[in-house]
Ligand binder design. Structure first.
Ligand SMILES: N[C@@H](CCC(=O)N[C@@H](CS)C(=O)NCC(=O)O)C(=O)O
Length: 205
């Protein structure tokens, strides 16, 4: 019996959906898409994830994975320890998880800021704080890259994928918040990685 091609739910505007897509591209894994918006399409999203968030990865009619970290964990297992973008154990794994926590934290702050600015009575102080904390996250990551070409040295790993996607997302929704002269290493990394097919075939949509 043929194994069905997994279906990735969500738009690539979502950095969480996009990091799953880029990771599958890097691993050479096929997927189909079910393009649902994270803003409209609520009822449709709830069919694959009871709390209505994307991404979801529909593996077959019996199994659907939700939350990008859980999906990546499955993909890493399929890819095997030699190819996996997150080290299997030890200090390098802890370091990667630390960098990913900052990156996803910075993305979540930007998303909360985006929701705040859509409210009728915008709390300007909260909006400013959320954007500052998001930018702080990228500033901290910039220092981590001071002596290396990649976070996953010697080659790009999941921290590189998520940080570059997070940076592109923030530039897309809050242009001018991150500045190349403040984050030269991250902008340089982004310029290099966004050119790769794995990224450009899953561009923000
Ligand atoms: N921790 C989750 C976060 C997912 C998430 O925040 N998804 C957003 C889009 S980027 C979403 O579905 N938002 C719609 C909503 O919250 O109603 C993951 O890594 O998958």
């Amino acid at each position: 019996m043929n194994t069905p091609v997994p279906r990735l739910v969500g738009r690539f505007l979502s950095p969480y959906v996009r990091r799953v897509a880029v990771t599958m591209n890097i691993y050479g894994m096929q997927f189909e898409r079910l393009i649902l918006s994270a803003i409209g399409d609520e009822k449709e999203r709830e069919k694959t994830n009871p709390v209505g968030r994307v991404p979801a990865l529909i593996l077959n009619e019996d199994e659907t994975l939700i939350d990008s970290a859980a999906i990546l964990d499955h993909l890493d297992e399929l890819a095997g320890p030699k190819s996996a973008l997150i080290p299997k154990s030890g200090p390098r794994r802890r370091k990667t998880l630390y960098q990913l926590a900052i990156a996803t934290g910075a993305i979540d702050r930007a998303m909360a800021a985006n929701a705040e600015r859509r409210r009728d009575n915008v709390d300007e102080e909260r909006l400013e704080r959320l954007l500052r904390q998001s930018a702080n996250g990228f500033a901290a990551l910039e220092m981590e890259l001071a002596n290396n070409d990649y976070f996953g040295e010697p080659k790009p790993g999941q921290a590189d994928v998520t940080i570059v996607i997070g940076k592109s997302f923030l530039e897309h929704i809050f242009p001018g918040t991150l500045l190349p002269d403040k984050l030269p290493n991250i902008f340089g990394l982004s310029d290099r990685l966004e050119l790769l097919e794995a990224f450009s075939n899953a561009g923000i949509d």
